[in-house]
Design a protein around this ligand. Structure first.
Ligand code: SP5
Ligand code: ZN
Length: 348
């Protein structure tokens, strides 16, 4: 399986995640790229080619893209670093429906009040290099789509930072731009009438679900730890969420109990694979997070390398041209091997 990557993706340094008010060391670190590259050393490696913003602008609102593109420079110029000793853009003020109370707000003048318009949590800090890395990850995904158009049966996109929590207008969950949604949209442009996104990351991909919520032409199916048990992204990922309008029935969610291991986890992947096959999709995007692993610090699922290999087999068995897009996975010592196991199963 060809591996597409970009050295630019290392440029985002999260430094901290602020969780319930407490800064803890970031988990979505650049070393993730290196451990994956090491584990995939036997695969052909290709650097991403630059692509323009055409597809990206159809997935995300221009206001979000403009904010992400310029926020770090504006923050540095303000200068918040001198004022508060902090060169990361961290939201502290959120224009929730509860605050707005039905009124139309004016745009906030302060940059530190603007961040919360787009960033919906306190864990997704933005600094120098964040935009460059996130935009490079989009090029990685688009280059993987190009490889399929050129005849490759599948391609792995080593995207970092990940993307599946980014909605048309909001970012969070360690994600800034939705790489998998961009890949799916590019596959539509390449002539595939119906594309499926299957998301095996331990967390529900609320961003990808939001992007395609009302669309019948891109299916979104996800298995993940049950948000009703208290897990991120908290509001979404329940079984009753199945799409709306023209997209009614084109979304599926399979929430899993804490502690779920290989047997039921692989069964859920197989269930989504059957759904994709029955729907007549002609191309597949896999949101390939490996944080469902037993030793991952960010989820309580208990999947093993053999589980990831089996999941790869189930989805590879569809025989569809496939882009495998990296999402989460935070246990540096084992995550590379889990990606390699999925790719091996997928190519079987
Ligand atoms: C792409 C992806 O896997 N995003 C997952 C983000 C979930 N983050 C929620 C974090 C909840 C608290 N974790 C505490 C760990 C502190 N380092
Ligand atoms: Zn995740």
């Amino acid at each position: 399986t060809p591996v597409v990557w970009s050295p630019e993706t290392r440029r985002h340094l999260p430094r901290h995640e602020v969780w319930v008010g407490v800064p803890t060391p970031g988990t979505e670190v650049p070393e993730r790229v290196d451990v994956i590259l090491d584990a995939l050393a036997g695969h052909p490696l290709q650097e991403a080619a630059p692509h323009d913003d055409t597809v990206l602008e159809r997935i995300h609102d221009g206001a979000l893209l403009g904010f992400l593109r310029t926020a770090a420079d504006k923050w540095a110029a303000a200068p918040y670093e001198e004022l508060v000793g902090q060169d990361r853009v961290v939201p502290y003020f959120f224009p929730t429906a509860a605050l707005l109370a039905g009124m139309e707000p004016s745009p906030p003048a302060a940059l530190h009040a603007r961040a919360g318009q787009f960033c919906y949590d306190t864990m997704t800090l933005l600094g120098p290099g964040t935009w460059q890395a996130a935009r490079a990850a989009v090029d990685v995904a688009l280059t993987a789509v190009d490889l399929l158009a050129a005849g490759a049966p599948s391609a792995y996109a080593l995207c970092r930072p990940p993307g599946h929590h980014v909605t048309p207008l909001g970012y969070g969950g360690s994600c800034y731009l939705n790489n998998a949604a961009v890949a799916a949209e590019a596959l539509r442009d390449a002539g595939h009438e119906r594309v499926a996104v299957v998301d095996v990351d331990a967390h529900h991909g609320n961003g990808t679900q939001a992007v395609f919520w009302e669309r019948p032409d891109v299916l979104y199916g996800s298995l993940h730890v049950d948000p009703a048990a208290g897990w991120f992204p908290h509001l979404f990922g329940h079984a009753g969420e199945t799409g709306s309008g023209a997209g009614a029935g084109a979304t599926r969610n399979l929430p899993l109990a804490e502690g779920t291991g290989d047997g039921p986890w692989v069964e859920a992947v197989a269930d989504l694979a059957d759904w994709v096959a029955d729907a007549g999709c002609t191309a597949l995007v896999v949101s390939l997070g490996v944080d469902a692993a037993g030793d991952d610090p960010e989820s309580p699922l208990q999947v093993t390398a053999e589980g990831f290999r089996e999941a790869g087999r189930e989805l590879g068995g569809l025989g569809l041209p496939s882009v495998l897009v990296q999402e989460g996975g935070y246990h540096l010592a084992t995550m590379g091997g889990l990606v390699a196991a999925f790719l091996a199963g997928h190519a079987d």
